[in-house]
Structures are given as C-alpha cells and as structure tokens.
Write a protein that binds this ligand. Structure first.
Ligand SMILES: NC(=O)c1ccc[n+]([C@@H]2O[C@H](COP(=O)([O-])OP(=O)(O)OC[C@H]3O[C@@H](n4cnc5c(N)ncnc54)[C@H](OP(=O)(O)O)[C@@H]3O)[C@@H](O)[C@H]2O)c1
Length: 267
C-alpha cells in the first residue's frame, strides 16, 4: 500500500480541495488558472530516455508506485496532456489518463476532475511535423488533438480515427511551440501538462512557454554507452548564453526517490 509522501520543503502555492485519499497521500497541490507544467522521471545521472523503442519512464522509475501516483495526480489536474510524436511512438499501448497509470485510485481522480470542473479525461494532444503516427494506437482511438504541418496532415491522409481532430499550424518543417500552446489556450485548455520528451520540453523552456517542471529523481544509475541517451532538455543549448534559473517550489520524498517541483522564469 502506498505510503504518504514526506513533505521536506514547500513554498506558498495554490491548493485545490483534493479528495480525501489524494490529500492524505500527497498533501497540498494546486495550480494557477492558466499554466503549463511538465513531468519527468530522471535517473540519478540525468538520463530520461533509453532509445527509441523504450517506454523509458517506467524503466527509469522501476514502475515505483509513488511515481505512478504522482503521474496520475498531475494528469488528473490537467485540461490537456501534450506529447511529441516520438513519445507516442516509444509507448505503443499507453493511454495518457490518470487511471491508466494508477487504476486503484481511479474514482478519486475522477472525483477531483469533477470538483475542478474538468472533462472526464484530459484531452491528449500530439505534436507531429512528419505525420508519422500509428492510427491504431489506443490513445488515438480514444481521441486526441493532433497538431501538425501541411505536410504532416498530407502524410496522415485522413486516416486518423474520427475521434481525433487535426489542426494545421504551418507549412514549414515544424511550427513554433508558442503558437501551438496559444492555440490550445484559445481552444479552452488552460491547465496543460506536458509529458513530451526532451525535444518538446527543450523548445518549451527555450521559448519560455513552460511555467513549472516536476522532476522525479530515481535512485537508479542509468549510464551511457555509445548510443545517445537523452537528458531532460535536447535540441536547445541554454548555458552559457541563455541561462534558465528555476526556483524550487517543493520537495517530497518516498523511500529513495525525490519528487521536485520547480518554477521556470516567468515570461
Ligand atoms: N523519463 C521521462 O519521464 C520521459 C518523459 C517523456 C518522454 N520520455 C522518453 O523520451 C523519448 C522521446 O524523446 P523526444 O524528445 O524525441 O520526444 P518528444 O519531444 O515527445 O517528440 C519529438 C517529436 O515531436 C514532434 N514535434 C516536437 N516539436 C515539434 C514542433 N515544434 N512542430 C512539430 N512537431 C514537433 C516531432 O514529431 P515527428 O517526428 O512526428 O515530426 C518530433 O520528432 C522516448 O523514449 C520517451 O520514452 C521520457
């Protein structure tokens, strides 16, 4: 049975009225009315991805129950969960819902969504320039918003399930993530979680779109060999010219895992 998180540090933060069991386990949690936040699990040596065909998060966390719970809780708070197509390609059977990663408390997560006035499930949003998505992926079958380019939409050729809507955001190789997130806000998604990989998050941090980052530090050491293993940010070189100093908001602990929450610099 999951033990309550030990709160080691927490600043003054917004606090939702959480259903009893969620509050008992996690303590206080809440967000600003309009926010973009990310969630990663990292190895002790900074590895978050293990190659294209691995669902790296579960391997790096060892499916640690506290991490699964937090993943579900953060999903339960969100209007939408945004990922890049590589993350979808790396996790063929996944659903980006609270119950999929923590079924035991599915009813508490649903109760939280109802109390917050959210839809029954967060909307999945997938970014793709290439349009190379498996239309039989169960998450697409359940319904998603696909943000893509003209070429991406052409490549998909209308094969996406009827539960999906496709939004074209430009003609080039890819679109600006700021534009994508402005579009999502305009469509009514105000509280947005990104579980996108390092390439998406790199653009969100460089473009000052990301407000907060949740980071689970797993006690495992992943190591690096010849094949490239990604850290939390890829494709954006920040230091030394573009330093991004974040502010620690909270630290929780369960067993040998640390659960960190940071605020990114305001835009
Ligand atoms: N440890 C963790 O917590 C964690 C969390 C998330 C992901 N991961 C791992 O990270 C790996 C994937 O890493 P990643 O960085 O490649 O994933 P990603 O950022 O989620 O996906 C990148 C892809 O998203 C699309 N995309 C991103 N920005 C775009 C833009 N501005 N315009 C149009 N399309 C855009 C492109 O898709 P197209 O190629 O289709 O054009 C791009 O190749 C996986 O192994 C996954 O398991 C780990």
């Amino acid at each position: 049975m999951l033990a309550p998180f030990e709160v080691l540090f927490e600043t003054e933060l917004p606090a939702y009225q959480l259903p009893e069991e969620l509050g008992r386990l996690y303590g206080r949690l809440g967000f600003a009315d309009r926010v973009v936040y990310s969630n990663f699990v990292s190895s002790l040596d900074g590895v978050v991805a293990l190659g294209t065909s691995f669902s790296a998060g579960s391997v790096i966390s060892g499916k640690f129950e506290g991490d699964r719970f937090l993943m579900a809780l953060l999903r339960a708070c969100a209007d939408a969960v945004v990922i890049g197509a590589s993350t979808m390609r790396a996790t063929p059977g996944h659903l980006w819902t609270p119950a999929h990663v923590y079924p035991d408390l599915a009813s508490s997560f649903s109760a939280l969504r109802e109390m917050l006035g959210r839809a029954p499930q967060p909307r999945l949003v997938v970014l793709t320039a290439a349009g190379d998505l498996d239309v039989n992926h169960p998450a697409l079958q359940k319904g998603a918003t696909i943000l893509t380019t003209h070429q991406g939409a052409e490549r998909m050729g209308g094969r996406q399930p009827a539960t999906c809507d496709v939004v074209i955001l430009g003609r080039g190789k890819r679109f600006k993530v700021k534009r994508a997130f402005d579009e999502l806000h305009e469509r009514g998604f105000q509280v947005i979680l990104t579980e996108g990989g390092p390439h998406l998050v790199g653009q969100l941090i460089a473009g000052q779109v990301l407000d907060e980052a949740f980071l689970t530090l797993s006690p495992v050491v992943a190591g690096r060999g010849k094949a490239r293993r990604l850290g939390m940010v890829e494709g954006a070189e920040l230091l030394p010219l573009m330093p991004v100093w974040s502010r620690l908001l909270s630290v929780r602990r369960q067993s040998d895992f640390l659960f960190l929450r940071y605020a990114l610099p305001a835009t």
